[in-house]
Design a protein around this ligand. Structure first.
Ligand code: SOE
Length: 400
């Protein structure tokens, strides 16, 4: 761990967070941990947490270490002790909360996907641009950019170790919706979530593809499907990805799976799969990037490892080798444990908090910006449009 040698305590940064479910818990841990592990120029203070259910939000405040609880997000974003608003609510409220927080003079961190539509994301970008002129910053929470192995992969690609990229392939597979009796939570309702596996998981891999390649997707072609079209209505509250249902059923209004191909600006080809119905796959985000000089492969279920093949090495002795990404020279690792003492999912949120605090303290634009989030949103919208148009060609046998 890094030691503070300065006598003077750094200034504080009051954080107000809206939402306290799975992502709220993950972000809380990130805010609590970042200032204790990294030598930050500002010390995050967990000032207030917001949610509609008074008893539940008070319980969340106690459990996750927030000093105060608010039941109306409007009261939270205007609090004097809050300088940064962290939005961990379903996508249908992102735009309204983010714009209000920016107008109230706060910095904003917003969970992915940035919004439920391109129009909402554009409004958020416009508000963030105005706020930037006043010195406020806005960032989207694509936390997987902060996995050390992924940040290191980005460094290798930017350093030219893969040369010109030819193909990238990304899959993000989960299985918590395999059971047709899993209830209709907000993640299965278009009006709350915007889309299904596409926005929930596809957004992550689209962001990672564009981040790692350092260029945007310029065209996509897609298929999507809703395999289970009705599910039991929710009985009681959902907790994280667990929930139970009643007898009545309601319509699922989002995709269960989305598969798409794409082209990056440089001409490299890309393929993507996002589903929450791949039995046995719990949180399997996998990627492979092939360039003319080498290739990289990564699997989130082994997140301390990166596979690298250097194609400039003699063929007889080359091949994929495993890099254990736990050295102090690797991104974020200088402040953590000795080499080989692995990190996990939750650390990405501490890294996200660290990067945003440093950006605020130095007045530097953080990444991914709201504009990056809008670009992802545009790709998701193009995927949906392509899937809806369903331009599928049937293999036809040639007449004898
Ligand atoms: C559910 O599929 C989910 O919680 C996503 O919403 C998160 O973004 C991902 O990190 C884990 O899975």
């Amino acid at each position: 761990m890094e030691q503070r040698d300065s006598e003077a305590a750094p200034p504080t940064l009051g954080v107000g967070m809206v939402g306290y479910a799975f992502m709220g818990a993950a972000h809380s841990q990130g805010w609590r941990t970042a200032g204790r592990v990294f030598d930050l120029p500002m010390r995050p203070v967990l000032a207030a947490i917001g949610g509609r259910d008074a008893a539940a939000v008070r319980a969340a405040a106690v459990k996750h270490g927030w000093a105060a609880a608010e039941t109306d997000w409007r009261d939270l974003v205007t609090r004097d002790d809050v300088q940064l608003v962290d939005i961990c609510t379903p996508g249908d409220s992102h735009a309204e909360i983010a714009v209000a927080a920016l107008e109230a003079g706060k910095h904003v961190l917003c969970e992915k996907p940035l919004a439920n539509s391109v129009a909402e994301a554009e409004t958020m970008v416009a508000a963030a641009e105005l706020a930037r002129e006043r010195g406020q910053l806005a960032m989207v929470g694509f936390n997987y950019r902060r996995v050390p192995a992924i940040a290191y992969a980005r460094r290798l690609i930017a350093d030219g170790r893969l040369g010109t990229l030819r193909h990238v392939r990304f899959t993000y597979l989960q299985d918590w919706l395999v059971d047709p009796d899993f209830p209709l939570t907000w993640r299965l309702e278009r009006e709350h979530a915007g889309s299904g596996a596409l926005g929930d998981l596809g957004a992550h891999i689209v962001d990672l593809a564009q981040y790692l390649a350092g260029e945007p997707l310029v065209g996509v072609s897609a298929l999507s499907e809703t395999f289970v079209r009705e599910r039991p209505l929710l009985a009681g509250a959902s907790a994280g990805l667990s929930a139970s249902g009643g007898v009545e059923r309601g319509a699922v209004t989002v995709d269960d799976a989305a598969l798409f191909t794409g082209r990056l600006a440089s001409g490299a080809l890309a393929s993507f799969e996002a589903t929450r119905m791949a039995s046995g796959r719990k949180n399997a985000l996998r990627l492979e990037i092939n360039g003319e000089l080498g290739s990289l492969a990564f699997d989130l279920e082994r997140l301390n490892e990166l596979s690298f093949h250097d194609h400039t090495e003699p063929a007889a002795s080359s091949g994929f080798r495993r890099i254990l990404v736990t050295e102090p020279e690797h991104p974020y690792l200088e402040a953590w444990w000795p080499p080989g003492h692995a990190l996990g999912y939750e650390h990405t949120f501490a890294h996200q908090a660290r990067d945003l605090v440093e950006a605020i303290a130095t007045g530097t634009d953080p990444a991914p910006s709201f504009a990056d989030g809008l670009q992802v949103q545009r790709v998701l919208a193009a995927v949906e449009e392509s899937a809806e148009k369903n331009a599928v060609f049937t293999p036809v046998p040639t007449a004898p």
